[in-house]
Design a protein around this ligand. Structure first.
Ligand SMILES: *Cc1c(COP(=O)(O)O)cnc(C)c1O
Length: 353
């Protein structure tokens, strides 16, 4: 028996969104970011669907090895690189492209005598997470360049605030990156989804789209629809009960929501155990039989309650969309104090295998 809650993946929409990336960054190659099980959409399946991708990017070596096992042939960038001599050997054997951001990784490359690989040298231009600091580049860049096993090096960095294009750290990061790049004739990669859209002039050789491939808007206050992106995941479940409550009756844990009038309330088989956010507030949109209505009361582990006022002909067994074509995941994220990235990752368990 399958669970009632299900996440359905629209592979055509995924391809559409990838093509949208290519339209927005026509001169760049695009590595589709498929870490975290392709943001909950299924890593291998997503890679197979995006045959036309110029490359892929994952967080860790283990993910990259799964892709090679599945015979994915494109270049694969590994954001967290390698951490030991054995992992470096695997990166070489499977022709992965690790990101180098720690002196220890350069030491491992210096000690390695076997094989060749391409790498990314990551600089921290202001994100404060992974990367050599600008003042360290003079020391570590030449050492990396001298490594016998390094065939090709690219320069990579990552934005902290590209989702707010007006944020003043963005230009500072761009300036630092360009200063470090100087006259080097090497490949560059700087842009995540938000930057692809917000800073078209600095797309560089490789763009790194993640969230936009999955149809969520990477930019605050702009909708996915206006950016030409299509939702890829539809999260849905079914109504398992319809209750006719009286004015003043309470709904759910904490008795927080009180019926303002006599009304019908439906119970839907999905909750935070399935990845629907527990913090979704009353008023979060849902859709039943193509009609938008709202969540009311607190989210339980495997049930929610929804308002059936202003809906017609709803019965037990009907399908409810939590996000997808009728309810944008960005709306749900906004009323749940989170971001679409987290919602998508957490719904991975609802995917139909
Ligand atoms: C996750 C990630 C991306 C993709 O970011 P989106 O905002 O999902 O487009 C790009 N680059 C790096 C280094 C990342 O970790």
């Amino acid at each position: 028996m399958r669970r009632t809650a299900r996440a359905i993946i629209n592979h055509d929409a995924l391809v559409h969104n990838f093509n949208r990336v290519k339209q927005l960054a026509p001169k760049s190659r695009a590595m589709a970011v498929i870490k975290a099980d392709a943001y909950g959409h299924g890593m291998v399946q997503t890679a197979k669907t995006l045959q036309q991708a110029d490359g892929f990017a994952v967080a860790c070596l283990k993910e990259a090895l799964l892709l090679r096992e599945a015979e994915v042939q494109q270049p694969i960038t590994v954001f967290q690189g390698f951490h030991s001599a054995e992992e470096l050997q695997q990166a070489i054997k499977y022709q992965l492209r690790p990101v180098i951001y720690q002196p220890h990784q350069i030491e491992l490359l210096e000690q390695n005598a076997q094989g060749e690989l391409s790498v990314w040298f990551k600089v921290d231009t202001g994100m404060g997470r992974l990367g050599f600091r600008p003042e360290e580049v003079n020391e570590y860049w030449p050492r990396l360049e001298r490594c016998q096993s390094v065939r090709q090096t690219g320069l990579m960095s990552h934005f902290a605030n590209a989702d707010q294009p007006q944020h003043n750290s963005n230009q500072q990061q761009i300036d630092r990156f360009q200063q470090l790049l100087g006259q080097l004739k090497i490949e560059t990669s700087l842009s995540n989804s938000a930057a692809i859209i917000a800073f078209p002039d600095i797309q560089g050789d490789w763009v790194r789209p993640g969230i936009m491939l999955y149809g969520s808007s990477p930019i605050i206050n702009r909708s996915a629809e206006e950016l030409g992106l299509q939702p890829v995941m539809r999260l849905e479940s079914e109504i398992i009960a319809i209750n006719h409550l009286k004015k003043g009756d309470a709904v759910g844990y904490g008795s927080e929501w009180l019926c303002p009038e006599d009304m019908a309330v439906a119970v839907v088989a999905i909750g935070y155990g399935d990845g629907y956010p527990r913090h979704a507030a009353s008023g979060t949109p849902v859709a039943v039989n193509q009609q938008r209505t709202q969540l009311i009361g607190r989210v339980s582990m495997d049930m929610i309650t929804i308002d059936l006022r202003n809906t017609e002909q709803v019965k037990v067994g009907d399908t409810v969309e939590l996000w997808g074509e009728q309810v944008s995941i960005d709306e749900v994220a906004a009323s749940s104090e989170t971001i679409a990235y987290e919602l998508l990752c957490k719904a991975a368990g609802c995917r139909q295998l």
